[in-house]
Design a binder for this molecule. Structure first.
Ligand SMILES: [Zn+2]
Length: 141
């Protein structure tokens, strides 16, 4: 007489419901991991002051291109003979809007605008003229 095969120790997923539960557990773990990662990055960025938009930020060029473009100061020429035209209301209206679109919180935007002022960027166009320029010169050193 042959012995009955022992029931397998490893729990096989047998029903679709179990599969769903297992998937749920895995997803929960993955999300927990992702959340931890995000927290770490954010903490690191706050520590390093990178949550302010400065020329050292890896997304500075994106911010600058938006601020120069139609969402911001909208730099343009009508033809080759006319000087450069742009919109600026002598405030940080466009920078605030663009930083908001980039996911910055009001507190982070406030800190960033304070930084712009310290660098001579008293309004949107001066951010482009003074802050961006200062950042580029620093990079060339
Ligand atoms: Zn201006």
């Amino acid at each position: 007489m042959t012995p009955k095969p022992k029931p397998k120790k490893t729990k096989a997923i047998e029903t679709p419901w179990e599969a769903v539960q297992e998937l749920g557990r895995l997803t929960e773990k993955t999300f927990a991991g992702l959340r931890l990662q995000t927290q770490h990055t954010e903490l690191g960025e706050i520590k390093n002051g990178l949550k302010m938009m400065t020329p050292k930020h890896k997304h500075w060029h994106i911010f600058v291109s938006k601020l120069e473009g139609p969402l911001g100061c909208n730099f343009r020429t009508e033809d080759a003979d006319t000087p450069l035209l742009w919109d600026c209301e002598h405030n940080h209206k466009y920078a605030t809007k663009i930083l908001g679109m980039m996911g910055y919180t009001p507190g982070q935007i406030k800190k960033t605008i304070e930084y712009f002022r310290q660098q001579g960027g008293y309004c949107d166009c001066e951010v482009l003229f003074n802050v961006d320029k200062a950042g580029r010169e620093e990079e060339e050193k």
